[in-house]
Design a protein around this ligand. Sequence first.
Ligand SMILES: [Zn+2]
Length: 61
Amino acid sequence: MPLYEYACLDCGAEFEKLVLKAGEAEEIRCPRCGSGRLEDRVSSFASVSADGAPNCAPSGG
Ligand SMILES: [Zn+2]
């Protein structure tokens, strides 16, 4: 799932956004203050291991 994590550089709020299109990321804004200065962060689970199972890790949570 194209779920991206963003962090506002203005207020420091962190939120996730489901980006379907690459260009859509340009319209993403902070849901808290409305600032457009966001830092794209890569989620830990997004890391794809080139060992075998791409996303089949039974994470207990
Ligand atoms: Zn903000």
